[in-house]
Design a binder for this molecule. Structure first.
Ligand code: NAD
Ligand code: UGA
Length: 317
């Protein structure tokens, strides 16, 4: 496969690129190193891919400048580029979200329209559901985002549907539920908590810790992408990609105590606008149509992320 991976320098995109290269595929990676969490960390994410003979890199902002011929010879496009982060999507920050999530996706889809690609896999989000009424939540539930971020992820998902129904662009949207593992973004809970534990500082917990997430391990999310590209599914399809954990943040902190063997103090602060109380995805159709099921349980994935935090800390010593 000749694959286009947008957002290749990011947390999930860099894992996907490595997986594809390891499997013998060719990867054309795109990124513009947004300053959301610094160019240095993103360049470090690319370390394992950048010198691979089957990897090439295009540095461009997809919302502003889509290079001609980007889809030439591409079999599958994996569109992960975007502005993530639920809680920071308010106020003037919203321009970053509309630009990187909506404009960039529309430009890519417009270019995909006149290409020969076999599949366009879009990274959607559990944030499209908002506070769902039913758990586990099915893809057919009415989306009611609670954050501006969720609104932009849903808008881009609808664009994928529109280009599929009007022009048969072979899109598939995958709604990821809170992804974790090595290289998790520095604004996300597990990275912030593990780094605090390492520094013998209290972990910064929003709310009282009873909120629940369906955490998904990054390698499982990568596998879902590959299956979405290679399975025979209808253009415009949407699937949940959820790890099946549905645990509270208090339970996560307990698990972190066990893994690190350290006392974990908690620094409580209020619930942040845009955060939902609970997520939980029904993955029945993902299993039936893509043959996907999560393989890495929360405890094992957390342990791998802790090992990565320790290793990356020793590299910066
Ligand atoms: P990330 O920030 O680590 O990676 C996104 C990458 O996209 C970054 O390297 C960034 O520089 C690049 N990018 C952003 N805008 C761009 C543009 N206009 N042109 C080119 N490159 C651009 O985020 P992540 O956690 O790896 O998330 C990847 C995707 O998955 C995002 O679309 C996100 O919304 C979605 N998602 C993530 C999670 C999660 O838990 N991490 C959950 C649901 C959905
Ligand atoms: C994550 C990603 O950051 C989003 O980009 C993605 O779209 C979303 O998952 C998704 O599933 O769609 P979130 O669930 O907020 O969003 O992930 P974390 O940042 O890891 O937060 C998990 C929980 O920990 C939330 O309840 C949050 O309030 C809490 N948290 C987070 C803290 O208590 N303290 C922190 O410092 C950070």
């Amino acid at each position: 496969m000749r694959a286009l991976v947008t957002g290749v320098a990011g947390f999930i995109g860099s894992h996907l690129a490595e997986h594809l290269l390891d499997a013998g595929h060719t990867v054309i990676g795109v990124d513009c190193f947004t300053d959301y969490y610094g160019e240095g960390l993103k360049r470090a994410n690319l370390r394992a891919s950048v010198d691979h003979p089957n990897f090439s890199f295009v540095e461009t902002d997809l919302a502003k400048n889509l290079p001609d011929g980007l889809f030439d010879g591409i079999d599958s496009a994996f569109h992960l580029a975007g502005q993530p982060g639920v809680r920071s999507s308010w106020g003037d920050n919203f321009r970053e979200y509309t630009s990187n999530n909506v404009d960039a996706t529309q430009r890519l889809l417009e270019a995909a329209r006149s290409s020969d690609i076999q599949r366009f896999v879009y990274s959607s989000s559990s944030s499209v559901y908002g506070n769902a009424d039913v758990f586990p939540t099915q893809v057919s539930a009415l989306p009611k985002p609670k954050s501006p971020y969720g609104v932009t992820k849903l808008a881009a998902e609808h664009l994928c549907g529109v280009y599929a129904s009007n022009f048969s662009v072979p899109t598939v949207s995958l709604r990821y539920f809170t992804v974790f593992g090595p290289r998790q973004r520095p604004d996300m809970a597990f990275t912030r908590f593990f780094r605090a534990i390492l520094a013998e500082q209290p972990v910064p917990l929003y709310g009282n810790g009873t909120q629940i997430r369906d955490f998904s391990y990054v390698e499982d999310v990568v596998r879902a992408n590959v299956l979405a590209a290679t399975s025979d599914v209808q253009p415009g399809s949407v699937y949940n990609v959820a790890g099946g954990s549905s645990v509270s943040m208090n339970d996560v902190i307990g698990c972190m105590r066990d893994i690190t063997g350290q006392q974990v103090e908690i620094d409580y602060s209020g619930v942040v606008d845009g955060d939902v109380f609970r997520t939980g995805g029904d993955t029945t159709s993902t299993a039936e149509d893509l043959g996907w099921a999560p393989q890495i349980p929360l405890e094992e994935g957390l342990d791998r992320q802790w090992q990565w935090v320790l290793a990356s800390d020793s590299q910066t010593d």
